[in-house]
Design a protein around this ligand. Structure first.
Ligand SMILES: NC(=O)c1ccc[n+]([C@@H]2O[C@H](COP(=O)([O-])OP(=O)(O)OC[C@H]3O[C@@H](n4cnc5c(N)ncnc54)[C@H](O)[C@@H]3O)[C@@H](O)[C@H]2O)c1
Ligand SMILES: [Zn+2]
Length: 378
């Protein structure tokens, strides 16, 4: 088993292995023994049997397990669900010494995390991520949030989980596109902080998948990167902003598509457009786009770019106006310097909007230096 300890104020372990759900009682005993436990999940995750397996594994050591199953999808990260979940906990008389478990992807993790952060001013929660994206990113680091109609993640808190159990076997039921969404964040880690990891992804014989033998090691590497960043900057004031590479444009694309474009693919779109922007504006001297483009295509992460062509530019910048990364009249963007190295650059929002307008105009006129998946010459 791989273990990464995140040594924040109350340190916690991230456990990564096969077959963890079945042995969840042993891995969670110190946190849930004799307590009431509410498992929150979504319908897909429940339908694959993970909810039943977890419930069965832990019920014997708790004083009772309750379950709460939501439909799947980003729309569930809503204020309505947040209030309903709080009400449910209150109705069941959950106290501050009881525990909530988030079993699912980033949507469930973010909603449960924010609920746990605020119910009775804070109740313990455990993350059991079941998507690659949530395992390597959202379940670690304590950023929790819900969306508002005005934008993504606008209401939230920093609130760390007490443990993270990442059962690699759960990834085997992920659809290919959902697995690939996780690969977008994986590529992000490589681009911003780990050239070796990126090289590992670029040079492999076949693309990473749920059955790859090195998946556990790769998940561990990403969790370590996230841990290091979080330890240095838990509250997102400096280094942690690096993790937002591709996210300024990515969130705007997600929102402008009314969440038809997934988070991972929004981020992939944002990363490649930010990369091209940096080259175009002379902000990076290296010509990385071609290899980056090829890597993203291996995971089919740019197929939605044709959709983005049809979005209104105003819709994209309106979404950004609400982006919390915009402070005062300025925006901090993350630009690649080379593979494995990015830097933060703060500039007036109007200047950034000008850069973006130029990229979007090129995109609409089919003038971007990008090859899309289907266009590739054999
Ligand atoms: N808090 C953070 O630091 C952070 C970081 C990155 C992303 N996020 C958030 O995470 C969310 C995206 O996470 P996500 O991509 O996991 O989305 P998600 O939770 O919507 O999961 C994607 C889909 O996979 C299904 N699914 C989950 N586990 C499965 C399994 N094992 N087998 C089959 N299907 C399964 C879900 O039902 C859903 O349909 C976004 O809301 C994003 O804002 C948060
Ligand atoms: Zn992300």
């Amino acid at each position: 088993m791989e273990k990464v300890t995140v040594a924040v104020e109350t340190p916690y372990d991230v456990l990564i292995d096969h077959d963890l759900l079945k042995h969840a009682a042993a891995h969670l005993e110190d946190l849930i023994q004799g307590k009431k436990v509410l498992i929150v999940t979504d319908e897909n995750v429940a339908s694959f049997g993970y909810l039943g397996n977890l419930q069965e594994a832990i019920v014997g050591i708790t004083s009772g397990v309750d379950t709460y199953v939501l439909p799947a999808g980003e729309a569930q990260k809503s204020a309505e669900n947040y209030v309903a979940l709080q009400g449910h906990l209150a109705t069941l008389n959950y106290s501050r010494s009881d525990v909530i478990i988030a079993l699912g992807g980033g949507v469930i993790g973010d909603l449960v995390g924010f609920t746990a952060a605020t119910y009775l001013r804070g109740i313990d929660y455990i993350q059991i991520p079941t998507t690659l994206l949530s395992a390597i990113d959202s379940s670690v680091g304590g950023k929790t949030a819900i969306d508002l109609p005005q934008g993504k993640n606008l209401v939230g808190a920093f609130y760390q989980p007490r443990r993270v159990l990442c059962d690699l076997d759960t990834f085997q039921t992920l659809g290919e596109t959902i697995f690939e969404d996780g690969c977008a964040e994986l590529i992000k880690y490589g681009m911003i902080l780990d050239g070796d990891l990126l090289g590992q992804l670029m040079d492999r014989e076949s693309p990473l998948n749920a059955l790859s033998g090195d998946l556990g090691a790769i998940v561990k590497r990403c969790v370590e990167i996230k841990r290091d960043v979080v330890l240095e900057d838990e509250h997102d004031l400096g280094l942690r902003q690096m993790l937002n590479f591709g996210h300024t444009i990515g969130h705007a694309v997600e929102q402008a598509s009314h969440y038809k474009v997934s988070h991972g693919r929004g981020v992939a779109t944002g990363m490649i457009l930010t990369q091209i922007m940096a080259e175009k504006e002379g902000l990076t001297e290296l010509f990385l786009t071609e290899r980056f483009n090829k890597l993203l295509n291996q995971y089919h992460l740019l197929n939605q770019l044709n959709l983005v062509k049809d979005y209104d530019f105003e819709d994209l910048t309106a979404a950004m106006t609400n982006d919390k990364k915009r402070r005062g009249g300025e925006i901090t963007e993350i630009f690649p310097d080379s593979f494995g190295k990015c830097r933060l650059e703060t500039m007036p929002f109007d200047q950034y909007a000008g850069y973006l307008a130029a990229i979007i105009a090129d995109l609409k006129a089919d003038k971007l230096p990008i090859v899309l998946d289907g266009d590739e010459v054999a």
